[in-house]
Structures are given as structure tokens and as C-alpha cells.
Design a protein around this ligand. Structure first.
Ligand SMILES: [Zn+2]
Ligand SMILES: [Zn+2]
Length: 277
């Protein structure tokens, strides 16, 4: 299996990835990528999170650098400019303006935390948070993201398996709930390749499921939900990384997922944006 696209890739600007756009794209071209989307963690006006996202003041420079690299590699790879965004009512107008006025080709939803105008509100998952609340809150926010129509896809929708020790009834129910809302909203879901790097064994030998979660994708595979993969690269050396590719291949085989055509997914998204913007 040869993956020749990603629409999910970061840059040094977020404060926890290394390399700039060209460092990634030049390697991707060597690896035979046909489509390369840059989608760094969204820069938010008034929000300062230096190890999570780039400062808002970097916006124009990010766009400019993307356009420079896009032009340089135009004969080798098709490039798209995006951001990975947390959904929040407070930022809907800003997200729309990125697509309408700033020339962004797409946005993806990566729901890592709850945000409002002031910035960080809370995380979703953690030992101190009741799992019922975590699952319900995460679900509500990704449903709002799906309903908004602004996002090409939901990145790592199975993020709720973070810290999970077993697929118990709560996780099974949550999986079915996410499937149901994705079907209702015609949402596309992403198998997150970077997620394979997550630590699944803790110091005390405890095992956690994390994401990508095989159970989740096995259930998704039984439905008509369209699924794509996303590199979510934070280091150029993740591009064409054999271990990551093997893990992705194994997950796809074991789950029975059929990957959707990325061009078709993108075309449908652009049709939808034309209607809502
Ligand atoms: Zn990141
Ligand atoms: Zn993410």
C-alpha cells in the first residue's frame, strides 16, 4: 500500500514540531506524494499557547511561505493550505474568514481541547475528569464541528481512547455514537498516522489503547462513512517512515477500512463550502 497524500502536516511554528514547510514538502516529493496539505495548529487572535500553536502574528508569514513553496514545487506536487482547528462557537467567524478572505483551501477539525475567546478552557480527558463528562463533552464539540460544515474532515475522531485501558461498554457506546453523528452529518473521518507514535505502555507497565484505536475503525468499516488517512507529521522524518506505514497498513487490513479517494473528498468539501460561505 502506497500512500501518496496527506492534508495534515505541521511546522515549527506550533512550538512542538520541527522543520518548515519546504523541509516536509521536499521529502514528500521524493517519496512520491501527489497531494500535500499543510495544516498547522490554527493561530488564534488573542490566544497565546506557545507550545501548542503559533502566534496569531505569524499568520501572513505562514501564508506567504506556503505560497512560496507551492510555487517552487508546482510541477511536482499539488499543495493545499489549511489549519487544524478546535471547534468553538467563538471562532466560527474567524474560521470562515480564513476560507473566505485569507485564501485557505481547507480546515480540518482536531478537537484537542475546549477553547473560548480567552483561550484554553479545559482538556477533555484525564484521570481527574469523570469519563461520562469527557465523552459527552468531546462528542458535543465534534458534532458542532461536523454541523458547521467548515471542516474537510475530523482528525483523530478516536482521540477519546486516550488513556483507555479496555474497550468497555462506555467506549463501545461512544464509538457507536460518533459513527451515528458522522453518518447524520456526512462527515469524513481521519485515521491519524502520527498517533501510532503515542506511548501505549506507561512506566508502571499499564497498557493504554490511545489512537488510532483498532476497535473504532473496525466499527467504522461496517458503515458507509468515508475515511482518509492523515500524516499529522510533526517531523519530516515521519514522511515515508517504514514503521508508521507498516502500522497504518496493518490497521487498514485488520479493520477492513477502504480508504476514500482524497480528491473526491476534497471536491465534495469545496462544493459544500460554496453553499455555506
Ligand atoms: Zn501538534
Ligand atoms: Zn491533532
Amino acid at each position: 500500500m502506497k500512500i501518496d497524500y496527506t492534508l495534515h502536516s505541521h511546522t515549527f511554528r506550533c512550538g512542538h514540531a520541527v522543520g518548515d514547510i519546504e523541509d516536509y514538502v521536499s521529502l514528500a516529493v521524493e517519496q512520491g506524494y501527489k497531494i500535500y496539505g499543510v495544516a498547522d495548529h490554527v493561530f488564534l487572535p488573542g490566544v497565546y499557547q506557545p507550545t501548542i500553536r503559533g502566534d496569531y502574528s505569524l499568520l501572513d508569514e505562514y501564508i506567504k511561505e506556503f505560497n512560496r513553496v507551492k510555487e517552487k514545487y508546482q510541477d511536482s506536487v499539488e499543495m493545499f493550505l489549511g489549519f487544524e482547528c478546535e471547534y468553538s462557537d467563538d471562532f466560527v467567524d474567524y474560521y470562515r474568514s480564513l476560507l473566505e478572505e485569507k485564501g485557505f483551501h481547507f480546515l480540518i477539525c482536531g478537537q484537542h481541547m475546549r477553547l473560548d475567546k480567552q483561550g484554553f478552557k479545559s482538556g477533555y480527558f484525564g484521570k481527574d475528569l469523570p469519563l461520562d463528562w469527557s465523552l459527552a463533552t468531546y462528542k458535543k464539540d465534534i458534532v458542532d464541528a461536523m454541523k458547521s460544515g467548515l471542516f474537510l474532515y475530523i482528525a483523530h475522531p478516536d482521540l477519546f481512547f486516550v488513556g483507555a485501558h479496555e474497550v468497555n461498554d462506555q467506549y463501545k457506546k461512544m464509538t457507536q455514537d460518533v459513527i451515528e453523528v458522522a453518518l447524520q452529518n456526512d462527515a469524513v473521518l481521519e485515521i491519524n498516522v502520527h498517533g501510532f507514535l503515542r506511548t501505549r505502555h506507561h512506566k508502571d507497565g499499564e497498557y493504554t489503547i490511545e489512537y488510532p484505536a483498532l476497535y473504532f475503525w473496525q466499527e467504522v468499516a461496517k458503515t458507509s462513512i468515508r475515511v482518509v488517512c492523515g500524516g499529522d507529521f510533526h517531523n519530516p522524518n515521519e514522511i515515508g517512515n517504514k514503521k508508521l506505514n507498516d502500522q497504518l497498513e496493518e490497521l487498514i487490513k485488520k479493520s477492513g477500512i477502504q480508504l476514500a479517494d482524497i480528491r473526491e473528498v476534497y471536491t465534495l468539501y469545496k462544493d459544500r463550502l460554496r453553499k455555506i460561505l
